[in-house]
Design a protein around this ligand. Structure first.
Ligand code: NDP
Length: 757
């Protein structure tokens, strides 16, 4: 009968868990509870139990993975695998099976305690064991064998309160947690072990006996109290010559002599073992449930830092330094991000991995509040201060889930006229020094990627101008090991040119000429060099002055990276990342250039056209992957199917209140060029001073009676718009007579930056 009860119970538990997993998949179709069994060394007995666990998991709908490490694996190797699983948000349960003799080479306790407590479905970490010992049964994972024993005891219908229970064995996996579990289910518990005097007499007092000794049939039936409940965890192999295997599995209790004295006794084999497996499954499903619950939209569990308000209000930097920032990983945890979704940059900065969007796809959207403004003071109009203040009010005071998104300040204005851009007073981004200076290095990365493309364009024009077709071909497709071979990017280019060949030796002379020459018209290049410094003398320069460039000079311009140039391109590329098509980034660069090429113009910017062009795309891709914010130079975006001039006029008249526009010669030239190239249908994004509705910073309020001068028009083909430069709007600001950096200094003693505001 006990065997029948156990079979039914296991069946019931597994059936219930299967239903629960199906229920989870109704609301989260892509979700599956995940379990990893990390086994070090290969032991026949544990292999059997592992295969039972994997089979049960498959039946229930748990995705279980068996990770095997050799017996020779070092402690660090095992630890690394544990850490990987801890970080993997698809895995909700981890059990580690170490070889018995590993104790000499591997610190078992260290490994067991490195398992994240919330994934410790074996309940063996100090955290879970401690919670169980203190009676926090609802807030811990209970080790599987004692948990299974408890379920079996409950099946007998016996009430535990006040009963005398004896546990033989005090191991971490069976005896000790069994003691705790019985205790907190209100039994009076005695734990016996190898030093217990007169074990038989202690056993004789037990209403409930649980054995985890590992000694075959040690407990005799005659020791038992009449009507006792006996749960035998022992799984011991003894020799039995009457069996073909020559072996037999027996429990800790001598079953034949005990079965008539006990009211209930679990048989071995087939008793507690299957319950252990069922409880492991139960803990894994429970862990997965916790995981899903943590993702449900709800209030973040944020511990807000109190501000110590002073009057008069101290300087921004004093306030910034007086605040001790919460470690960023704590904040990430409070808002429900997983550790593998957060890329830490020190203690106060981190980036959220874009894959998080996929996980949160089913969550309802929040409200998006844009803080903007015009007619500001020379130091700005307080957008950042308002943004931070608003989020402080919504979050810390109204207890709503609220996050501020502010753009990383450009170093140009920080060192130039404006100073930092971290907000002010008690509403600022801290630590303000890190925010204002370099942050996570994204602007530098984008600058480098952009300039790599610019350098490649000029270098390519130089090489084409100074080499024959044959020399170019020999260098582009060099002979290695007696053979020439096209790279994948070159085959791609050939395909685009309609040359369906992969063997360099088969190209005709005409095909070689088409392959090696981009024939870039320098007049049509709009890809600018960029930097993040207000270096006004780079607004227009001549490159190629060194004799090494053999007289191939060219007039080029520099833009401030975040104010103009390919900022819009990056915004668009960043958008591609946001929507999860990382590989499209290169495709987008190609698009920029494809459009241009179709128009017969700046073929050069088609990165994949030259063999090393992928690097430009890769660098840009990496830079954008790093980038966390968008340029803020877009003043107004207008998108209707008119010719370019009419679109600009409508914006000028209807939005700014201008009488008309005046197209200066360079702008007129660009209108003609872009129209010829087929870009006339692109939307318009005005680049204009933010200090006035007009082009003149001195005209405040709602000015009238002015004509808006359009100096030039730039194209951001990849981003998909044209941006007219209004009036004297520079794409790189200059430094004032007394720039901010006069007052910025480094305290070499403390390492603090002084003078930022
Ligand atoms: P351990 O060897 O870690 O623990 C055995 C315990 O029994 C120790 O506390 C030991 O005392 C005590 N003990 C040993 N000899 C005596 C004795 N003569 N008198 C009184 N106490 C004694 O083993 P485990 O806890 O890992 O396993 C115990 C048994 O349970 C094994 O047979 C194992 O195969 C089985 N098991 C079954 C599982 C299942 O799923 N059904 C799961 C896990 C284990 P001391 O501390 O003083 O040395």
């Amino acid at each position: 009968r006990p065997l029948q009860i156990i079979c039914n119970l296991c069946h019931q538990v597994r059936g219930r868990l299967k239903d629960e997993v199906e229920g989870m998949r109704m609301t989260h179709p892509n979700f599956k509870p995940g379990l990893v069994v990390l086994q070090v060394g290969d032991r026949e007995d544990s292999n059997l139990y592992i295969s039972m666990k994997l089979k049960a998991a498959a039946e229930i709908g748990i995705s279980a993975v068996h990770v095997k490490l050799p017996r020779t694996a070092t402690e660090n190797e095992v630890m690394r695998r544990v850490m990987e699983v801890n970080e993997d948000s698809k895995i909700h349960g981890l059990i580690v099976q170490l070889p018995l003799d590993s104790v000499h080479t591997i610190n078992t306790e260290r490994i067991i305690n490195s398992v994240a407590p919330e994934k410790d479905v074996d309940g063996l970490t100090c955290i879970n064991a401690g919670k169980l010992a203190r009676g926090d049964l609802g807030d811990c994972f209970i080790p599987c064998t004692p948990n299974g024993c408890m379920e079996l005891i409950k099946q007998t219908g016996v009430s535990l309160a006040g009963k005398r229970a004896v546990v033989i064995g005090r191991s971490k996996i069976v005896g000790a947690p069994m003691h705790d579990l019985l205790l907190w289910n209100h039994a009076t518990v005695l734990t016996c072990h190898s030093k217990t005097a007169d074990l038989a007499s202690e056993v004789g007092k037990a209403d409930i006996l649980v054995t985890g000794i590992g000694k075959p049939e040690m407990v005799r039936g005659e020791w038992l109290k009449d009507g006792a409940i006996v749960i035998d965890c022992g799984i011991n192999t003894i020799t039995d010559s009457s069996r073909p295997s020559g072996k037999r599995i027996v429990g800790d209790v001598h079953y034949d002599s005990a079965k008539d004295k006990a009211a209930f006794i679990t048989p071995v084999p087939g008793g507690v073992g299957p319950m252990t497996v069922a409880m492991l499954m139960q803990n894994t499903v429970l862990s997965a449930k916790h995981f899903l619950q943590a993702q449900e939209p709800g209030k973040w569990n944020i511990n807000y830092t109190n501000l110590n308000l002073q009057r008069p209000v101290p300087s921004d930097v004093t306030i910034s330094r007086s605040c001790v920032p919460k470690p960023i990983e704590c904040l990430a945890e409070e808002v429900g991000l997983f550790s593998d979704e957060v890329e830490l940059y020190g203690r106060t900065k981190a980036k959220v991995q874009l894959k998080t969007i996929d996980r949160l796809q089913a969550q309802p959207d929040g409200k998006y509040v844009v803080v903007t403004g015009i007619t500001p003071t020379p130091l700005g109009e307080g957008k950042s201060t308002t943004t931070i203040g608003l989020v402080q009010a919504l979050g810390a005071h109204l207890k709503l889930n609220a996050f501020a998104c502010v753009r990383q300040p450009s170093q140009g204005p920080t060192f130039g006229i404006k100073g930092g851009a971290a907000g002010g007073g008690y509403s600022q981004v801290i630590p303000m020094e890190e925010f204002n200076l370099h942050l996570t290095g994204d602007i530098h990365a984008i600058t480098a990627a952009n300039n790599l493309v610019a350098a490649a364009i000029d270098a390519r024009m130089f090489h084409e101008a100074t080499q024959s077709d044959k020399a170019l071909f020999n260098r582009l497709v060099p002979m290695t090991g007696g053979q020439r071979k096209f790279s994948p990017v070159q085959i791609n280019r050939l395909e685009k040119q309609g040359i369906k060949k992969t063997d360099p030796s088969t190209l005709t002379e005409e095909e070689i000429t088409r392959f090696v020459r981009l024939d870039i018209d320098p007049e049509s290049i709009t890809w600018q060099r960029v930097l993040d410094t207000n270096d006004r003398f780079l607004r227009k320069i001549t490159i190629g002055q060194s004799p090494t460039e053999k007289g191939f000079t060219r007039t080029v311009t520099f833009d401030l990276i975040l104010l103009a140039g390919n900022g819009p391109t990056l915004a668009f590329t960043f958008h591609c990342f946001l929507i999860g098509h990382v590989t499209d980034t290169k495709a987008e660069l190609d698009l920029i250039c494809k459009l241009a090429k179709e128009a017969g113009a700046f073929d050069a910017v088609h990165c994949s056209h030259w063999a090393d062009g992928g690097a430009g795309a890769a660098d840009l891709a990496r830079a954008v992957q790093k980038a966390a914010d968008l340029p803020n130079s877009f003043k107004f975006l207008y998108d209707i199917e008119l010719p370019i001039v009419d679109k600009i006029r409508i914006i000028a008249q209807k939005i700014y209140g201008a009488d008309d526009i005046e197209l200066l010669p360079e702008a007129q030239h660009k209108v003609d060029l872009y129209s010829k190239q087929g870009f006339a249908s692109l939307p318009i994004c005005m680049a204009k001073t933010h200090l006035s509705l007009s082009h003149d910073a001195e005209k405040k309020g709602v000015p009238t009676g002015f004509v808006l001068p359009i100096r030039d028009i730039r194209a951001s083909v990849g981003a998909g718009f044209l941006y007219p430069l209004v009036g004297t709007m520079p794409t790189i600001p200059g430094l004032p007579t007394r720039p901010c950096f006069y007052d910025i200094d480094l305290d070499t003693e403390s390492g603090e930056v002084h003078g930022l505001f």
